[in-house]
Design a protein around this ligand. Structure first.
Ligand SMILES: O=C(O)CCC(=O)C(=O)O
Length: 189
């Protein structure tokens, strides 16, 4: 063992003893996202392709709104074709996990694959108190239109384990919906 790696190991051990336990953050406890005026959130899907429930914590009427764009998971292969074409040498297979991309949704929706297929892009406007439910594996990104906070948790659907096992060979349906307080579920387009 070299002195460097020995030192690194000790520091890592010490760090481990003192750092707060983060396992489950965002799953057993919510993430909080600060919404800056006109701030954006990057194109991504959730860790482990989990689903996500996200609510804006702000006074009703505060105009802390967010606009979301979603590509359901059955559009993922085409979305990667689009990104590969547009990013060129910067394209990486894990570019959606890295949360670094913000892409004009109109450009995504207008793009056609060489065989004429298009990427399904959905738009949802989220108001204070609205929950946005993102289906597992659905890609999403957006813009915050006002100042506020969002709270979000990730979760697995009951079929997650089966789906995970089948994922290597399959495409899946997806949907994203906004649940308005007491008002039922609306599909979003
Ligand atoms: O609001 C954000 O910054 C990201 C929210 C998000 O992606 C989610 O809750 O799934």
């Amino acid at each position: 063992m070299t002195p460097t790696s020995a030192g690194g190991g000790e520091l890592e051990g010490e760090h481990r003893r003192t750092m707060p336990k983060l396992w489950g953050a965002g799953i057993v406890s919510p993430w909080l996202y600060y919404m800056g005026l006109h701030s954006t959130f990057a194109m991504h899907f959730e860790d482990y392709a989990f689903g996500s429930a996200n609510v804006i914590l702000a006074e009703p009427g505060s105009q802390a709104w967010a606009v979301w764009y979603h590509v359901p998971r059955h559009g993922l292969t085409l979305l990667h074709q689009f990104l590969r074409q547009h990013l060129g040498k910067s394209y990486q297979l894990d570019c959606l996990e890295k949360r670094r991309l913000w892409v004009d949704p109109n450009v995504v929706a207008a793009w056609r694959s060489p065989d004429g297929r298009c990427i399904p892009v959905f738009r949802t406007v989220q108001c204070p108190g609205d929950y946005v439910l993102t289906d597992y594996g659905a890609v999403h990104w957006g813009i915050n239109l006002g100042v506020g906070w969002k709270a979000a948790v990730n979760f697995a659907f009951p079929c997650w384990l089966q789906v995970r096992a089948a994922r290597r060979s399959d495409n899946f349906l997806a949907f994203c919906a906004v649940v308005r307080g007491g008002g039922g579920v609306q599909g979003s387009e």
